[in-house]
Design a protein around this ligand. Structure first.
Ligand code: NAD
Length: 541
């Protein structure tokens, strides 16, 4: 029981390490990578703090070397999901009422462990499982995850401080209770930090969780489980299950105690989940909170007052880092005809320098895409563009899945602003460019706004403040994270809370107080000190 109004440590962003040749962090990381690559790991599920091995396993294979098996993970039957729910509800009794300081300490400790002894392991497992280069692993699996833990603790106390006024003779107070029931966290493959944050944000606020990580992130998910355990997270608070997502989800969503969904992944899956929750609404004891951050078709728009080199650099970084597999990755660009020639020249020069291969060689900027399904989908669109009169592949377009799922950074030039790769989320290293006549710049903003169902991230480039203001207004609802003269990726916790609207999600901004609020149910307590004893009001005479 806390006896004092404690201040938590002021959250600061974890500095990004450089991993330059010869640096100690580079040597430690590459040595850890080698060791983990040869580890033959056996990844269990985690229910009530116990390791559960069903023998029903699937292999873990790095996307950049898919014939190499680094281990296996165990998958659930329905009975394991029922057990995970029951165990979470049991753990809730203690976890939901323990002092917030204990919960804060666990996640602050997790942040420090990750900044120190867990850093290389978390980064190496992310490089292996998700094919991220050293820098992409560092900004995600180390820095962003640390930031989520530190800032969320601070945001939790900010929320607690938000209290109502009290008139004379009474005391009003607000209690931020966890949801009554359990939260279901479903996480995507592409960010190890998101995988950790979705169950952790709910748990920090006193909730218990059933967490289903992506199959393609199991290796780094196991390191997250180890981290939480060492940080002191009690058994049963976060239960981890793998397997058939439909079976797991149907079992979870049929539970009367299901009280919240914390989802990040594709739009279609989220809409299906929302539908199932709606169909089951009479089953639940409480209206479930539904938080989902989903797909995007993120844009770069340039005005002819923009510097071509800056636009090209934003495209190279925004579209091709982590093979375009960031929900925020630029995948469509609108460039005015008068600067297109120069933008194209810079883009060709930059992309020609990007090396592709295994993340074990840190000089590779581009690594593999996540799995064969993704490779086949992306390359189908590239092939279609090669064969289509409405489009032209002007950079890249090559691919090879013999060893790993490698796709060259690819630029498609579309004659038609509604060409399929201008409007469909491919989630790969492909950007489509539409060149507009300079005089048509206002119409081109309409195209940006209206061509897709999404509204996640977007960037505009101009040196003219009137244009900046007008474009910002015209694109008011086109992006939840809007960038002026910068690439549309790389949101930092505590600085650019992240999320989009329309078909891109519920925009509850991961890594913010708004998100944490969703995992609470407020109880208002009014206490009257001198309680009335006469029912009559003065107006009754
Ligand atoms: P995905 O939708 O394929 O999978 C996400 C999770 O949902 C995984 O755990 C998966 O196993 C599970 N899942 C899949 N089908 C399911 C079903 N029928 N029922 C229940 N669960 C199911 O997405 P992904 O390929 O892992 O991630 C990429 C997608 O995530 C992209 O669309 C990307 O834009 C989006 N994303 C969005 C954000 C954001 O903040 N908006 C962040 C990261 C990723």
């Amino acid at each position: 029981m806390a006896r004092g109004f404690f201040n938590v440590p002021i959250a600061v962003n974890e500095p990004v390490k450089g991993y330059a040749p010869g640096s100690p962090e580079r040597e430690e990381l590459l040595a850890t990578y080698k060791k983990m690559y040869a580890s033959n790991i056996d990844i269990p599920m985690h229910i009530n703090g116990k390791e559960v091995r069903t023998g029903n396993t699937k292999n873990v294979t790095p996307p950049h070397d898919h014939k190499h098996v680094v281990g296996k993970y165990h998958t659930a039957d329905k009975i394991h999901i029922d057990e995970a729910i029951a165990t979470a509800l049991e753990a809730r009794q203690a976890w939901s009422s323990v002092s917030w300081t204990e919960r804060a300490s666990i996640f602050l400790k997790a942040a420090e462990l990750l900044a120190g002894p867990y850093r290389a392991k978390m980064n190496a497992s992310t490089m292996i499982a998700q094919s991220k280069n050293v820098h992409q692993a560092e900004i995600d699996a180390a820095c962003e995850m640390i930031d989520f833990f530190r800032f969320n603790v601070q945001y939790m106390t900010d929320i607690f401080k938000d209290q109502p006024e009290s008139a004379p003779g009474i005391w009003n107070r607000v209690e931020y209770r966890p949801l009554e029931g359990f939260v279901y966290a479903i996480t995507p493959f592409n960010f190890t930090s998101i995988a950790a944050n979705l169950p952790a944000a709910a748990a920090l606020m006193g909730n218990v969780v059933v967490w289903k990580p992506s199959d393609h992130q199991a290796y780094s998910a196991q390191v997250i489980v180890d981290l939480f355990k060492e940080a002191g997270l009690p058994d049963g608070v976060i239960n981890v299950v793998y397997g058939d997502p439909v079976m797991i989800t149907d079992t979870v969503l049929n539970s009367p105690d299901f009280s919240g969904l914390h989802f990040t992944g594709s739009t279609f899956v989220f809409k299906e989940l929302w539908k199932k929750i709606g169909e089951n609404i009479h089953t639940y004891k409480t209206y479930p909170r539904i938080v989902g951050e989903t797909g995007g078709k993120d844009f770069i728009w340039a005005h002819n007052s923009a510097y071509p080199l800056q636009v090209a650099t934003a495209i190279t970084r925004g579209a091709f880092e982590f093979q375009g597999q960031k929900c925020s990755a630029a995948s469509r660009a609108y460039i005015p005809a008068s600067i297109w020639g120069e933008v194209r020249k810079h883009l060709e020069n930059q992309v020609a320098e990007l090396k592709m291969g295994s993340p074990e060689d840190p000089s590779n900027f581009i690594n593999a895409v996540i799995h064969e399904g993704s490779f086949d989908k992306i390359t189908k669109y590239i092939d279609a563009a090669k064969a289509d009169n409405n489009a032209e592949v002007i950079i890249g377009g090559g691919y090879d899945k013999s060893k790993g799922y490698f796709i060259e950074p690819t630029v498609i030039l579309a004659k038609d602003a509604s060409y399929q790769t201008m409007t469909t989320e491919l989630f790969g290293p492909v950007i489509t460019i539409y060149v507009y006549e300079d005089a048509e710049w206002e119409n081109s903003l309409k195209l940006v706004d209206e061509s897709t169902e999404y509204a996640l991230t977007g960037a505009i480039f101009s040196t003219d403040r009137y244009i900046v203001e007008q474009a910002s207004k015209a694109l008011e609802n086109a992006a939840g994270n809007f960038y002026i003269n910068d690439k549309p990726t790389g949101a930092v916790v505590g600085q650019q809370p992240f999320g989009g609207a329309r078909a891109s999600g519920t925009n509850d901004k991961a890594g913010s107080a708004q998100n944490l609020l969703r995992w609470t149910s407020v109880r208002l307590i009014k206490e009257t000190f001198v309680t009335p004893q006469d029912y009559k009001y003065p107006f009754l005479g």
